[in-house]
Design a protein. Structure first.
Length: 395
């Protein structure tokens, strides 16, 4: 069984991190992804931990991708890209606005060369506007979007996530946008088109009703730590054996079950308990009741009692806990693949399961230029011309 995107060819000419992650998602579900790197290598190859000189992040991010080198700032490299693009369905790039145009790879010209091409342009701030030429990274999006402003303790500073949150959200959005364009092209006989994705926008879109609250009521959401302004109890609580758990009571009946479980059914009859906002305004009171009950019990007992009560709880895991959790094991969420360099390695599995076209992880990230001969050979470039291109610094 093959993935649903079998037959779709994607040129991943992007770096750090939204564009490449979108390409990884497409490759997971059957797209043929060709990763185009500068001959000096993608920056991710130098990010994070290595084992035996082999970058581990690259193994995950570049999985299922063929790797080729191309210096697009050279005339021969530009010609090589045009020849690649002519065979492709999708081009993903994240250069600053105007860079492709300066390299004689104007998207309008590429669409004339390949009218069905979907060109995904990923930048920090978009292709127009006063910030378009600024360098843009996910951290800036996490800051500007309002995420950092509402994250952290009430009396503490804004908090940034310790991973590429905005990039990851943008990758999901971009993969979705690419598939919309492909559907419009293939199912409705539509043209190729250009996607303009600004990393500051997808994260803004998922932050909930903040804009309409501000527009209609002038409300500016503030930091509340682990609490929510919409419901309570909702926090992290420490068990007797020094583990942490998180609970959520977004549903009213779950809030009732939690308070009965922790021995305080009397609060359920309070008028303020009827609404999530009312409960949130009494968060201090509810937290004392919940934390006292949880603090008197070990983790296993807490989880067992919550499950019996059909109340929502989860342990706060680090990655070691994730590896050992029986639900993650059942889902194979952390899966094992055989890597050509490292042997068996474990990484995140595909994000979801499809019954007929499930997709697969076929290989981990490959070495620089590992597929130059195979990919460029498919364009009619023989070993002699490939050696010439290498001597000229084009690959």
């Amino acid at each position: 069984m093959s993935g649903p995107l079998k037959g779709v060819r994607v040129i991943d000419a992007a770096t750090l991190f939204a564009g490449p992650m979108a390409a990884t998602l497409l490759g997971d579900f059957g797209a043929e992804v060709i990763k185009v790197e500068h001959p000096r290598g993608d920056p991710v190859r130098n990010h994070g931990y290595q084992k035996d000189g082999i970058n581990l992040w690259w193994k995950m991010l570049a999985r299922n991708k063929q790797t080729v080198t191309c210096n697009m700032s050279t005339a021969r490299g530009q010609d090589l890209m045009r020849r690649l693009v002519e065979t492709a369905d999708v081009l993903i790039e994240n250069f600053r606005p105007g860079t492709l145009e300066r390299w004689n790879l104007d998207p309008k010209d590429l669409l004339e060369l390949n009218p069905g091409l979907v060109i995904a342009r990923v930048t920090g701030f978009g292709q127009f506007g006063p910030y378009k030429s600024r360098p843009g990274f996910g951290t800036l999006a996490e800051s500007m979007s309002g995420f950092a402003a509402i994250t952290g303790e009430v009396d503490g500073p804004p908090v940034l996530p310790p991973f590429g949150l905005a990039d990851g959200i943008s990758a999901l959005a971009l993969a979705n946008a690419i598939q919309m364009c492909l559907y419009n092209r293939d199912a409705r006989d539509g043209p190729g088109q250009i996607i303009d994705l600004a990393i500051i926008e997808p994260i803004l879109s998922i932050l909930g009703p903040q804009p309409i609250w501000y527009d209609q009521l002038g409300v500016v959401q503030e930091r509340t730590g682990n609490r929510s302004v919409n419901n309570a109890p909702r926090n992290t609580y420490q068990t007797r054996d020094k583990h942490w758990v998180a609970i959520s009571t977004s549903a009213h009946n779950v809030a009732e079950r939690v308070m009965k479980l922790v021995g305080h059914p009397e609060v359920i009859s309070e008028p303020w308990f009827e609404t999530g906002r009312g409960r949130a305004q009494h968060g201090d009171q509810l937290d004392v009741m919940v934390s006292s009950w949880i603090g008197d019990r070990d983790l296993d007992d807490v989880l067992e009692q919550f499950e019996k009560a059909s109340a929502a709880v989860a342990p706060v895991y680090d990655i070691a806990g994730i590896f050992e959790d029986p639900q993650y094991k059942a889902l194979d969420s952390i899966t094992t693949i055989d890597d050509e360099d490292l042997g068996p390695i474990r990484m995140q599995n595909l994000m979801f399961r499809l019954s007929s076209t499930p997709g697969a992880i076929k290989w981990g990230g490959r070495s620089i230029g590992a597929d130059n001969k195979a990919v460029y050979g498919g364009l009619g470039i023989d070993a002699e011309e490939l050696a010439e291109l290498s001597d000229l610094g084009a690959v």
